[in-house]
Design a protein around this ligand. Structure first.
Ligand SMILES: *Cc1c(COP(=O)(O)O)cnc(C)c1O
Ligand code: SF4
Length: 349
């Protein structure tokens, strides 16, 4: 069963890396040297090595493990508290329900007038370009989203394009998902060329975690459709921890910045992962070194299975207030929460 090691991914294309993602829990624990994990090193000996796998297996049925090798390489072996591991490892805590945590916390299924299109915010529409993600983040607010109904074919894309063309208040199109960069560059080129023809659309934005997860995704073909039109393009990456930002990620971001793409980052505030001033400061500083400005820091959406990642609003505000005292204003992300029915994200400070 176990044939791989945490090896170099240098010779693989992004598609091969995506297809070769780790989905097997036993393999994950083996690669990270956690299968012989000593129980007495974790929570006063209550967790046995078998139970780590068993617990993971139970939570995995709800939302399966998925992590590419390029991301796995940044996880420290043998460390159950690694901040990158905690973002991808299924855990028993996910199975205990918590009050207020639901399957569709943002009621997006209501703002979904056409398959693949979400029009919730003034002037901006979100297109679900790819239902797939390169990685499954345990806290994801879309872990229960009905993607099966949101896999548009060309005819349905035409409906979405007609919708945008028919509303001249729409000035920005946002590629989202899943992860829009999980789609092929050929498809993205086609869609972008269609959007360029709608005159009232001025800006194109891409919300993606792929440059963090598989930095090789930023190919010349990708730069081509992103930058070969008159649209003003920005790309919002999603990084939660400075350990995610290695030199490969840095090179991918440099390519985008050099091509004239505005780079922003959004972070989800996660208990036990990035809820300290030091971590958030290091994240902002490293992002800036890589030509990225911090944009939003989100309070967790209350999705079923993610309650153990919650940081209270009071603590979140304290953290950002302290961060503001440490950093120039442009390195402090806006603390926001999404609220169902609100016409924009709601600032908490
Ligand atoms: C965040 C978000 C947007 C974009 O909001 P901005 O404040 O412009 O970044 C658009 N649509 C949805 C559904 C969103 O969640
Ligand atoms: S990459 Fe984004 S959309 Fe995909 S699972 Fe992670 S948080 Fe969710």
């Amino acid at each position: 069963m176990i044939t791989r090691s945490v090896a170099s991914v240098d010779s693989l294309t992004w598609q091969e890396q995506l297809a070769g993602s780790i989905r097997d829990l036993k393999e994950l624990l083996h690669l990270l040297e956690l299968n012989s994990f000593k129980a007495d090193t974790f929570e006063s000996g209550t967790l046995l090595k078998e139970s780590l796998l068993d617990q993971a297996l139970a939570a995995n049925q709800d939302f399966p493990l998925r992590v590419p090798m390029a991301y796995l390489q940044r996880i420290k072996k043998g460390d159950i508290n690694d901040p990158l591991l905690l973002q991808i490892l299924p855990l028993k805590e996910e199975l205990s329900g918590a009050p207020g945590y639901t399957a569709d916390p943002l009621s997006e299924q209501i703002a979904n007038p056409i398959p693949g299109l979400i029009h919730k915010y003034h002037g901006r529409v979100l297109l679900i370009v790819s239902p797939n993600c390169a990685i499954n983040c345990r806290y994801c607010f879309r872990r229960h989203f009905p993607y099966q109904d949101n896999k548009p074919g060309r005819d349905e894309w035409q409906q979405a394009l007609d919708y945008i063309a028919g509303d001249d208040s729409i000035t920005e199109v946002i590629y989202s998902g899943g992860d829009p960069l999980a789609a092929s560059d050929k498809q993205l080129l086609w869609l972008t060329e269609e959007i360029v023809q709608i005159k009232h659309v001025k800006r194109l934005r891409v919300h993606t975690r792929l440059p963090i997860v598989i930095p090789d995704r930023i190919t010349d073909h990708c730069l081509h459709w992103l930058t070969s039109t008159d649209l003003l393009t920005s790309l919002v990456i999603h990084s939660n921890h400075p350990n995610e930002l290695d030199s490969h990620v840095g090179s991918a971001l440099k390519k985008l910045a050099n091509a004239g793409v505005t780079l922003l980052n959004q972070t989800v505030l996660l208990s036990g992962i990035n809820d300290s001033v030091e971590t958030l400061q290091a994240l902002s500083e490293k992002l800036f070194q890589m030509d990225v400005l911090p944009y939003y820091i989100h309070q967790l959406d209350k999705v079923k299975g993610a309650a153990h990642f919650e940081v209270t609003d009071q603590r979140a505000k304290q953290l950002i207030t302290k961060l503001t005292a440490q950093l120039p204003g442009y390195l402090v992300p806006k603390l926001v929460r999404e609220m169902p029915g609100h016409p924009n994200k709601v600032p908490l400070l």
